[in-house]
Write a protein that binds this ligand. Sequence first.
Ligand SMILES: C[C@H]1O[C@H](OP(=O)(O)OP(=O)(O)OC[C@H]2O[C@@H](n3cnc4c(=O)[nH]c(N)nc43)[C@H](O)[C@@H]2O)[C@@H](O)[C@@H](O)C1=O
Length: 321
Amino acid sequence: MGNLTKITRPRALITGLRGFTGAYLASELTARGYQVFGTAYGNEALGTGVYHVDLCDREAVQEVVDRVQPEIVAHLAAVAFVGHDYPEDIYRINIMGTRNLLDALSHLKNSPKSVLVASSANIYGNSTAGTLSEQEPAMPTNDYAISKMAMEHVARLWMDKLPVFITRPFNYVGVGQAENFLIPKIVSHFKRRAPVIELGNIDVSREFSDVRAVAYAYAELLGLSPRGETINICNGKAYTLREVIGLAESLTGHTIDIRCNPAFVRANEVRTLVGDASKLKSLIGDLPSYSLLDTLAWMLDETSAAATKKEQSVKVVEVFN
Ligand SMILES: C[C@H]1O[C@H](OP(=O)(O)OP(=O)(O)OC[C@H]2O[C@@H](n3cnc4c(=O)[nH]c(N)nc43)[C@H](O)[C@@H]2O)[C@@H](O)[C@@H](O)C1=O
Protein backbone atom coordinates (compact mmCIF):
# COMPACT_ATOMS: atom_id res chain seq x y z
CA MET A 1 0.00 0.00 0.00
CA GLY A 2 1.28 3.48 -0.80
CA ASN A 3 1.06 6.47 1.47
CA LEU A 4 -2.40 6.98 2.79
CA THR A 5 -3.39 10.62 3.14
CA LYS A 6 -5.75 11.16 6.03
CA ILE A 7 -8.76 12.99 4.68
CA THR A 8 -10.25 15.30 7.25
CA ARG A 9 -13.80 16.36 6.89
CA PRO A 10 -15.01 19.82 7.94
CA ARG A 11 -16.31 19.88 11.49
CA ALA A 12 -19.76 20.99 12.53
CA LEU A 13 -20.81 21.77 16.08
CA ILE A 14 -24.49 21.54 17.00
CA THR A 15 -25.51 22.73 20.45
CA GLY A 16 -28.55 20.78 21.59
CA LEU A 17 -27.62 17.87 19.36
CA ARG A 18 -29.88 15.51 21.31
CA GLY A 19 -32.82 17.87 21.15
CA PHE A 20 -35.68 17.55 18.67
CA THR A 21 -34.04 19.43 15.78
CA GLY A 22 -30.43 18.42 16.48
CA ALA A 23 -30.68 14.85 15.21
CA TYR A 24 -32.30 15.90 11.94
CA LEU A 25 -29.72 18.59 11.33
CA ALA A 26 -26.92 16.13 12.18
CA SER A 27 -28.20 13.80 9.42
CA GLU A 28 -28.36 16.66 6.91
CA LEU A 29 -24.83 17.80 7.72
CA THR A 30 -23.41 14.28 7.75
CA ALA A 31 -24.88 13.76 4.28
CA ARG A 32 -23.12 16.95 3.19
CA GLY A 33 -19.75 15.58 4.33
CA TYR A 34 -19.39 17.14 7.79
CA GLN A 35 -18.10 15.46 10.91
CA VAL A 36 -20.76 16.33 13.43
CA PHE A 37 -20.10 17.11 17.07
CA GLY A 38 -22.56 18.31 19.59
CA THR A 39 -23.44 19.32 23.08
CA ALA A 40 -26.12 17.70 25.19
CA TYR A 41 -27.44 18.40 28.65
CA GLY A 42 -29.49 16.85 31.44
CA ASN A 43 -30.55 13.25 30.91
CA GLU A 44 -29.91 13.30 27.17
CA ALA A 45 -27.93 10.32 25.92
CA LEU A 46 -24.33 11.01 25.05
CA GLY A 47 -22.33 9.19 22.39
CA THR A 48 -19.25 9.63 20.32
CA GLY A 49 -18.54 13.28 19.63
CA VAL A 50 -21.28 14.47 21.98
CA TYR A 51 -20.22 16.48 25.01
CA HIS A 52 -22.21 16.91 28.15
CA VAL A 53 -22.09 20.67 28.66
CA ASP A 54 -24.09 23.24 30.53
CA LEU A 55 -23.99 26.25 28.21
CA CYS A 56 -24.15 28.46 31.27
CA ASP A 57 -20.73 27.15 32.31
CA ARG A 58 -18.42 29.49 30.43
CA GLU A 59 -15.23 27.52 30.90
CA ALA A 60 -16.81 24.22 29.88
CA VAL A 61 -18.19 25.84 26.73
CA GLN A 62 -14.76 27.24 25.85
CA GLU A 63 -13.21 23.79 26.38
CA VAL A 64 -15.60 22.08 23.97
CA VAL A 65 -15.26 24.80 21.35
CA ASP A 66 -11.46 24.57 21.61
CA ARG A 67 -11.57 20.81 21.20
CA VAL A 68 -13.96 20.72 18.28
CA GLN A 69 -12.57 23.77 16.38
CA PRO A 70 -15.75 23.88 14.30
CA GLU A 71 -16.02 25.27 10.81
CA ILE A 72 -19.73 25.67 11.11
CA VAL A 73 -21.89 26.04 14.21
CA ALA A 74 -25.63 25.62 14.73
CA HIS A 75 -26.78 26.93 18.08
CA LEU A 76 -30.03 25.10 18.77
CA ALA A 77 -29.78 24.45 22.53
CA ALA A 78 -32.47 26.41 24.36
CA VAL A 79 -35.50 26.22 26.56
CA ALA A 80 -37.97 25.89 23.67
CA PHE A 81 -41.28 25.29 25.43
CA VAL A 82 -43.20 28.56 25.71
CA GLY A 83 -45.08 27.25 28.75
CA HIS A 84 -41.88 26.33 30.64
CA ASP A 85 -42.52 26.85 34.35
CA TYR A 86 -39.20 28.39 35.36
CA PRO A 87 -38.53 31.82 33.83
CA GLU A 88 -35.06 31.95 35.34
CA ASP A 89 -34.06 28.90 33.23
CA ILE A 90 -35.50 30.54 30.13
CA TYR A 91 -33.49 33.72 30.56
CA ARG A 92 -30.29 32.08 31.82
CA ILE A 93 -30.04 29.37 29.18
CA ASN A 94 -31.39 31.29 26.20
CA ILE A 95 -29.43 34.48 26.81
CA MET A 96 -26.32 33.61 28.84
CA GLY A 97 -25.92 30.23 27.11
CA THR A 98 -25.82 32.01 23.75
CA ARG A 99 -23.46 34.68 25.02
CA ASN A 100 -21.06 32.07 26.39
CA LEU A 101 -21.04 30.17 23.12
CA LEU A 102 -20.41 33.23 20.95
CA ASP A 103 -17.75 34.52 23.31
CA ALA A 104 -15.99 31.13 23.21
CA LEU A 105 -16.18 31.00 19.40
CA SER A 106 -14.75 34.51 19.15
CA HIS A 107 -11.61 33.30 20.96
CA LEU A 108 -10.81 30.63 18.39
CA LYS A 109 -7.72 31.25 16.32
CA ASN A 110 -9.52 29.99 13.22
CA SER A 111 -12.92 31.62 13.20
CA PRO A 112 -15.83 29.43 12.08
CA LYS A 113 -17.15 30.18 8.61
CA SER A 114 -20.80 30.15 9.49
CA VAL A 115 -22.73 30.44 12.78
CA LEU A 116 -26.49 29.89 12.93
CA VAL A 117 -28.26 31.22 16.03
CA ALA A 118 -31.83 29.91 16.30
CA SER A 119 -34.29 32.50 17.57
CA SER A 120 -38.07 32.16 17.19
CA ALA A 121 -41.04 33.61 15.34
CA ASN A 122 -42.72 33.83 18.73
CA ILE A 123 -40.96 37.19 19.15
CA TYR A 124 -43.45 38.76 16.67
CA GLY A 125 -46.18 38.30 19.27
CA ASN A 126 -49.63 39.58 18.40
CA SER A 127 -48.61 41.73 15.47
CA THR A 128 -51.53 43.06 13.45
CA ALA A 129 -49.77 42.29 10.15
CA GLY A 130 -51.18 39.10 8.65
CA THR A 131 -48.18 37.33 7.19
CA LEU A 132 -45.05 38.29 9.07
CA SER A 133 -41.88 39.33 7.29
CA GLU A 134 -38.56 39.90 9.03
CA GLN A 135 -39.27 43.67 8.91
CA GLU A 136 -42.19 43.32 11.30
CA PRO A 137 -41.35 44.80 14.70
CA ALA A 138 -40.99 42.31 17.54
CA MET A 139 -43.76 42.47 20.13
CA PRO A 140 -42.92 39.65 22.52
CA THR A 141 -45.74 38.61 24.86
CA ASN A 142 -44.06 36.02 27.07
CA ASP A 143 -40.76 35.26 28.83
CA TYR A 144 -39.69 32.84 26.13
CA ALA A 145 -40.15 35.42 23.36
CA ILE A 146 -38.46 38.14 25.42
CA SER A 147 -35.48 35.82 26.02
CA LYS A 148 -35.19 35.10 22.29
CA MET A 149 -35.45 38.80 21.44
CA ALA A 150 -32.71 39.58 23.95
CA MET A 151 -30.68 36.70 22.56
CA GLU A 152 -30.91 38.23 19.07
CA HIS A 153 -29.51 41.49 20.44
CA VAL A 154 -26.72 39.58 22.16
CA ALA A 155 -25.93 37.78 18.89
CA ARG A 156 -25.69 41.10 17.06
CA LEU A 157 -22.94 42.18 19.45
CA TRP A 158 -20.78 39.44 17.96
CA MET A 159 -21.55 40.03 14.30
CA ASP A 160 -18.41 42.07 13.73
CA LYS A 161 -16.27 39.21 15.08
CA LEU A 162 -18.17 36.16 13.86
CA PRO A 163 -20.19 35.25 10.74
CA VAL A 164 -23.43 34.99 12.70
CA PHE A 165 -26.91 34.85 11.18
CA ILE A 166 -30.24 34.51 13.00
CA THR A 167 -33.10 32.22 12.08
CA ARG A 168 -36.67 32.81 13.22
CA PRO A 169 -38.43 29.47 12.85
CA PHE A 170 -42.22 29.44 12.97
CA ASN A 171 -43.75 26.29 14.54
CA TYR A 172 -42.41 23.06 13.14
CA VAL A 173 -43.13 19.49 14.11
CA GLY A 174 -42.18 15.87 13.50
CA VAL A 175 -41.27 12.55 15.03
CA GLY A 176 -39.30 12.99 18.24
CA GLN A 177 -40.82 16.28 19.43
CA ALA A 178 -41.75 16.22 23.13
CA GLU A 179 -45.37 15.57 24.00
CA ASN A 180 -45.83 18.83 25.87
CA PHE A 181 -45.99 20.56 22.45
CA LEU A 182 -49.39 20.70 20.79
CA ILE A 183 -48.98 18.46 17.73
CA PRO A 184 -47.25 15.50 19.45
CA LYS A 185 -49.94 15.71 22.14
CA ILE A 186 -52.68 15.51 19.50
CA VAL A 187 -50.88 12.67 17.70
CA SER A 188 -50.49 10.64 20.88
CA HIS A 189 -54.22 11.04 21.66
CA PHE A 190 -55.13 9.79 18.17
CA LYS A 191 -52.66 6.91 18.34
CA ARG A 192 -54.32 5.59 21.47
CA ARG A 193 -57.76 6.54 20.12
CA ALA A 194 -58.55 8.60 23.20
CA PRO A 195 -62.19 9.73 23.20
CA VAL A 196 -61.36 13.19 24.62
CA ILE A 197 -58.51 15.66 24.32
CA GLU A 198 -58.09 18.46 26.84
CA LEU A 199 -56.48 21.52 25.34
CA GLY A 200 -55.82 25.08 26.44
CA ASN A 201 -56.32 27.99 24.04
CA ILE A 202 -58.32 26.48 21.20
CA ASP A 203 -58.92 29.56 19.07
CA VAL A 204 -55.36 29.95 17.87
CA SER A 205 -53.73 29.29 14.54
CA ARG A 206 -50.22 28.38 13.57
CA GLU A 207 -48.30 27.18 10.57
CA PHE A 208 -46.53 23.86 11.07
CA SER A 209 -43.46 23.12 8.95
CA ASP A 210 -41.95 19.66 8.91
CA VAL A 211 -38.74 19.33 10.95
CA ARG A 212 -37.06 17.67 7.94
CA ALA A 213 -37.65 20.81 5.85
CA VAL A 214 -36.31 22.98 8.66
CA ALA A 215 -33.17 20.85 8.99
CA TYR A 216 -32.67 21.12 5.22
CA ALA A 217 -33.06 24.91 5.38
CA TYR A 218 -30.57 25.14 8.25
CA ALA A 219 -27.99 23.05 6.40
CA GLU A 220 -28.39 25.14 3.24
CA LEU A 221 -28.12 28.41 5.16
CA LEU A 222 -25.04 27.17 7.02
CA GLY A 223 -23.43 26.48 3.65
CA LEU A 224 -24.37 29.95 2.43
CA SER A 225 -23.35 31.80 5.63
CA PRO A 226 -25.58 34.88 5.22
CA ARG A 227 -23.65 36.91 7.79
CA GLY A 228 -25.68 39.48 9.70
CA GLU A 229 -29.03 38.39 8.25
CA THR A 230 -32.23 37.50 10.09
CA ILE A 231 -34.31 34.90 8.27
CA ASN A 232 -37.81 33.53 8.83
CA ILE A 233 -38.09 29.76 8.50
CA CYS A 234 -41.66 29.17 7.46
CA ASN A 235 -44.06 28.02 4.77
CA GLY A 236 -46.82 30.62 5.05
CA LYS A 237 -49.80 28.27 5.49
CA ALA A 238 -51.69 28.61 8.78
CA TYR A 239 -54.08 26.11 10.36
CA THR A 240 -56.50 26.55 13.24
CA LEU A 241 -56.30 23.96 16.01
CA ARG A 242 -59.66 22.60 14.93
CA GLU A 243 -58.36 22.14 11.36
CA VAL A 244 -55.39 20.18 12.72
CA ILE A 245 -57.75 17.93 14.69
CA GLY A 246 -59.84 17.54 11.51
CA LEU A 247 -56.76 16.36 9.57
CA ALA A 248 -55.91 13.82 12.29
CA GLU A 249 -59.53 12.61 12.22
CA SER A 250 -59.42 12.20 8.44
CA LEU A 251 -56.15 10.22 8.64
CA THR A 252 -57.25 7.88 11.42
CA GLY A 253 -61.03 7.67 11.02
CA HIS A 254 -61.19 8.37 14.75
CA THR A 255 -63.19 11.31 16.12
CA ILE A 256 -62.27 13.08 19.32
CA ASP A 257 -64.09 15.38 21.68
CA ILE A 258 -62.18 18.64 22.36
CA ARG A 259 -62.48 20.06 25.87
CA CYS A 260 -60.86 23.10 27.36
CA ASN A 261 -58.75 22.52 30.48
CA PRO A 262 -57.84 25.84 32.17
CA ALA A 263 -54.56 24.25 33.32
CA PHE A 264 -53.34 24.38 29.69
CA VAL A 265 -54.62 27.88 28.96
CA ARG A 266 -51.78 30.36 28.51
CA ALA A 267 -52.01 33.97 29.58
CA ASN A 268 -50.75 36.46 26.98
CA GLU A 269 -51.30 33.99 24.17
CA VAL A 270 -49.86 34.56 20.71
CA ARG A 271 -53.05 33.99 18.75
CA THR A 272 -51.77 33.61 15.17
CA LEU A 273 -48.33 33.03 13.69
CA VAL A 274 -47.84 32.79 9.96
CA GLY A 275 -44.68 33.81 8.19
CA ASP A 276 -43.55 35.35 4.93
CA ALA A 277 -40.97 33.00 3.41
CA SER A 278 -39.82 35.34 0.58
CA LYS A 279 -36.41 36.04 2.06
CA LEU A 280 -35.74 32.37 2.82
CA LYS A 281 -36.73 31.42 -0.74
CA SER A 282 -34.58 34.15 -2.25
CA LEU A 283 -31.60 32.73 -0.36
CA ILE A 284 -32.01 28.97 -0.79
CA GLY A 285 -34.94 28.38 -3.15
CA ASP A 286 -37.81 26.04 -2.35
CA LEU A 287 -37.70 23.74 0.67
CA PRO A 288 -38.64 20.07 0.45
CA SER A 289 -42.42 20.24 0.46
CA TYR A 290 -44.31 18.38 3.16
CA SER A 291 -47.93 19.25 3.72
CA LEU A 292 -49.19 19.15 7.30
CA LEU A 293 -51.17 16.07 6.26
CA ASP A 294 -47.88 14.37 5.19
CA THR A 295 -46.22 15.29 8.47
CA LEU A 296 -49.16 14.12 10.57
CA ALA A 297 -49.30 10.84 8.64
CA TRP A 298 -45.59 10.34 9.33
CA MET A 299 -46.06 11.08 13.03
CA LEU A 300 -49.11 8.84 13.30
CA ASP A 301 -47.44 5.90 11.60
CA GLU A 302 -45.66 4.04 14.36
CA THR A 303 -43.75 1.71 12.05
CA SER A 304 -42.21 4.45 9.99
CA ALA A 305 -41.68 6.53 13.13
CA ALA A 306 -39.67 3.75 14.73
CA ALA A 307 -37.64 3.32 11.53
CA THR A 308 -36.92 7.01 11.31
CA LYS A 309 -35.81 7.15 14.92
CA LYS A 310 -33.41 4.31 14.27
CA GLU A 311 -32.11 6.00 11.15
CA GLN A 312 -31.73 9.17 13.20
CA SER A 313 -29.74 7.54 15.99
CA VAL A 314 -27.19 10.05 15.13
CA LYS A 315 -24.34 9.38 12.82
CA VAL A 316 -22.00 11.45 14.89
CA VAL A 317 -18.34 10.66 14.41
CA GLU A 318 -15.32 10.71 16.67
CA VAL A 319 -12.61 13.08 15.62
CA PHE A 320 -10.11 12.61 18.40
CA ASN A 321 -8.73 9.29 17.21
C1 LIG B 1 -42.32 29.43 17.13
C2 LIG B 1 -42.51 28.74 18.46
O1 LIG B 1 -43.32 27.58 18.24
C3 LIG B 1 -43.57 26.78 19.37
O2 LIG B 1 -44.28 27.49 20.36
P1 LIG B 1 -45.84 27.34 20.57
O3 LIG B 1 -46.56 27.99 19.44
O4 LIG B 1 -46.17 27.83 21.92
O5 LIG B 1 -46.03 25.75 20.42
P2 LIG B 1 -46.99 24.71 21.15
O6 LIG B 1 -46.99 23.48 20.34
O7 LIG B 1 -46.64 24.54 22.60
O8 LIG B 1 -48.43 25.43 21.10
C4 LIG B 1 -49.05 25.75 19.89
C5 LIG B 1 -50.35 26.47 20.17
O9 LIG B 1 -51.30 25.55 20.68
C6 LIG B 1 -51.92 26.09 21.85
N1 LIG B 1 -52.41 25.00 22.70
C7 LIG B 1 -53.70 24.77 23.02
N2 LIG B 1 -53.79 23.71 23.84
C8 LIG B 1 -52.53 23.26 24.02
C9 LIG B 1 -51.99 22.19 24.79
O10 LIG B 1 -52.71 21.44 25.44
N3 LIG B 1 -50.64 22.06 24.75
C10 LIG B 1 -49.81 22.89 24.03
N4 LIG B 1 -48.47 22.72 24.03
N5 LIG B 1 -50.31 23.92 23.29
C11 LIG B 1 -51.64 24.09 23.30
C12 LIG B 1 -50.82 26.91 22.48
O11 LIG B 1 -51.34 27.79 23.45
C13 LIG B 1 -50.23 27.56 21.24
O12 LIG B 1 -51.04 28.63 20.83
C14 LIG B 1 -42.27 26.31 19.96
O13 LIG B 1 -41.62 25.46 19.08
C15 LIG B 1 -41.36 27.47 20.32
O14 LIG B 1 -40.09 26.98 20.68
C16 LIG B 1 -41.27 28.43 19.18
O15 LIG B 1 -40.22 29.03 18.97
